[in-house]
Design a protein around this ligand. Structure first.
Ligand SMILES: [Fe+2]
Ligand SMILES: [Fe+2]
Length: 468
């Protein structure tokens, strides 16, 4: 392995591309500065058991070792090229995929890559203070695993910008380190990535719902006619699965703890250091709605153009039969003069909604698993997803008020019921008051059940983070 390949592990032949080397070696110190300043606060000198991507071989793509996070080796890996890969959808379906960026789609492609790239460092920024209140060493390690991998996803997008977009790509790569989550003047591009995420309940909800939006965006980009984007995002998906499991099992363990207390006769788990189901439901409502917004407007000429030109497809395009989507329509319910009416939208213009459908089904499976925990504990109450129209701030539903069942309601009813449906200041206080740091190996904070097993074959009481 050359010295360069050990600094930036890669399977893109970096040591043979002098121009790209120069660009990335210039960007790397800026990234490390950003990581030290905006990455996990207070743990940069500690050794953490982390997974590092080292190749794309399914049998051994990663290894686990103790590293200090600033010494993590963020690499560039693309899934192996598929021989004779063809464009799978849109106006150019059946033609060979592109290895270079076609001039006419350059602006759109750059925007897609920058928008995806912007979310990666944003989530690290949102989560940077969570380490202080980690409910266990196991959870602390999982947080850092997610953080370093979001850092690697940033590298993945920055590689594309440097390798394929020349000077404006370089500028965009720099700008990815200049915007900051929640900043008034230079915020991150998408709103859910400017929401604070400073407690662990919100962290698990974020990784459950918002990282899962990421999964579907990556799946749609994995279909892209621009082959380097497709191959990069396909490899990112292998890491993304872990992030969502952190969210789903994190919330699941909270539900488990609450269910255990309720099953033992405690009708008010919130008075005994845990969370009640109403508070969990309000957080589900908030994060599900905020994450739905990330898919963009229900009726979108941008989405139609991305699909037509082959830049962004649908998840699992191969399982579909009609890859042109020229004749189909999508029927959706839209508020119109005081009631909900069905509206027909040409299918290509509804591609955001098509992707949102897949996402919602995936979220429903996760909520069903949480409800099984309640069921097994003999609790009758259930958690659920709100209707997709509830509390939206982007798209056709944003100008109207809906209850969690999706019924159109007036402003007065909304104001009256809002505290039943969305997290309140009192909820925030409750959540904050529960956040305590637990550092003894194997011990968990009171409000969350222990996970079923440890990480990568280690026992639960393993010292996953060596705090100095
Ligand atoms: Fe990511
Ligand atoms: Fe992620």
């Amino acid at each position: 392995m050359s010295e360069l390949d050990s600094r930036i592990p890669n399977n893109v032949g970096l040591s043979h591309d002098r121009r790209l080397q120069r660009a990335l070696l210039r960007w790397q110190p800026a990234f490390l500065d950003w990581w030290r300043e905006m990455g996990p606060e207070g743990f940069q000198g500690d050794e953490v058991l982390l997974r590092t991507a080292v190749s794309v071989e399914p049998s051994g793509w990663s290894h686990f070792d103790f590293v200090r996070m600033p010494e993590y080796r963020w690499g560039i890996f693309l899934a192996p090229p598929e021989a004779d890969r063809r464009i799978g959808f849109g106006d150019f379906a059946g033609e060979p995929v592109w290895r270079a960026v076609p001039g006419e789609f350059r602006t759109d492609l750059r925007r897609l890559i920058v928008t995806q790239g912007d979310t990666e460092p944003a989530s690290v920024e949102q989560q940077r203070r969570l380490g202080r209140t980690a409910p266990s060493l196991y959870d602390l390690r999982n947080l850092f695993q997610v953080n370093v991998e979001e850092g690697r996803h940033l590298w993945a997008m920055v590689y594309l910008l440097h390798a394929h977009f020349g000077r404006d790509g370089r500028e965009e790569a720099d700008a990815l380190l200049e915007r900051t989550s929640g900043d008034v003047d230079r915020p991150r591009i998408l709103q859910a990535f400017n929401e604070p995420c400073d407690d662990w309940l919100n962290f698990y909800m974020f990784t459950m719902f918002t990282d899962r939006d990421g999964k579907y965006q990556l799946m749609a980009l994995a279909e892209s006619a621009f082959d380097p984007l497709s191959r990069t995002t396909r490899f990112m998906l292998t890491e993304e699965a872990f992030h969502m499991s952190v969210g789903e099992t994190g919330v699941g363990r909270i539900v488990q703890r609450t269910a255990d207390l309720m099953a033992a006769g405690d009708d008010h788990p919130e008075e005994n250091g845990a969370f009640d189901l109403g508070l969990l439901q309000r957080h589900i409502n908030f994060w599900f709605a905020a994450s739905l917004d990330l898919f963009g407007s229900e009726i979108s000429s941008n989405a139609a153009r991305y699909f037509a030109s082959g830049l962004k497809g649908r998840a699992r395009e191969k399982r579909r039969t009609d890859h042109a989507a020229l004749d189909g329509v999508y029927r959706m319910l839209v508020a119109d003069s005081g009631s909900l009416r069905e509206r027909e939208v040409p299918l290509r213009n509804a591609m955001n909604e098509v992707l949102r459908d897949d996402y919602i089904r995936d979220c429903e499976r996760g909520v069903a698993r949480w409800n099984r925990i309640l069921d097994q504990a003999g609790i009758g109450e259930r958690l659920r997803l709100p209707n997709r129209r509830f509390h939206r701030r982007i798209g056709v539903h944003a100008d109207h008020r809906f209850d969690p069942d999706g019924n159109l309601i007036g402003e007065a009813e909304w104001e009256e019921r809002r505290a039943d449906w969305l997290p309140t200041e009192a909820d925030r206080d409750v959540v904050r008051s529960r956040m305590v740091r637990v550092t003894e190996p194997g011990k968990m904070a009171h409000w969350i059940a222990a996970p079923r097993r440890g990480v990568h074959g280690r026992p639960l009481d393993y010292e996953y983070v060596r705090l100095s």
